[in-house]
Design a protein around this ligand. Sequence first.
Ligand SMILES: C[S@@+](CC[C@H](N)C(=O)[O-])C[C@H]1O[C@@H](n2cnc3c(N)ncnc32)[C@H](O)[C@@H]1O
Length: 235
Amino acid sequence: MYHALWADWYLPAAMPALERLFFARVPKHARVLDLCCGSGHVTKELVARGYDVTGIDNSAELITIARRELPGIDLRVQDARYLDFNCHFDAVLSTFDSLNHLLSLEDLRLVFNGVRRTLKNDGLFFFDMNLAEAYSADLHQWAVDLSDDNVSMVRGTYYPGSGKARTELIWFVRCGPGNSWQRRQTVVEQQCYSLEQILLTLSESGFRKVETIPAKDAEVTSELGFGRVYFVAQP
Ligand SMILES: C[S@@+](CC[C@H](N)C(=O)[O-])C[C@H]1O[C@@H](n2cnc3c(N)ncnc32)[C@H](O)[C@@H]1O
């Protein structure tokens, strides 16, 4: 569902931020880890730009799609909390609020610690996360997208007290003979952290230089920019 409905959405909108904050700063041929790479939509762009890319995601299904799309690229099923590399990367990138999928501050800390361990001392860690504004914009209403062979319904809910966010997805796909439809359904959970929590955790993980750039200042103008912040962190 992610690959069919959302994968193409992020990159075109985020390109101005990526150009300015990542591609302009990380030289071609650099060794880059795409952390939580999903089905490889951004990974493909990194490969096209000439980087030496490794991608990890804990979804075996998405890694299978990514391997199909990017034969020959090192793509692994791995949990971002328990990074297992015996090499050092020039840069680590994590896009499309992937790190909001870490549901506790302790889990986020495990990720930041692991990234620090696998990053060169002069390396760059680039990621984006949604802050409360992004989740508060949620109206608890179903957004429906219709095409001849797909009907998708998406509804977000946010609980400001706990910072928990849920996105419900219902997807009808036309399949098989006789115009029959199949219904699929899932819930994606995210956690909203404050800017202060993220910055403190980065600092405790050994990131001394951190820039925070609100998406709208990085010219991410679509609704995907609302409440999203880009981070560029260095040891
Ligand atoms: C919104 S998608 C973004 C995918 C990709 N970065 C992109 O920009 O298209 C979030 C991804 O994070 C992955 N993810 C969530 N928790 C993870 C974890 N603990 N370890 C590794 N990947 C994780 C999900 O499987 C999903 O592919």
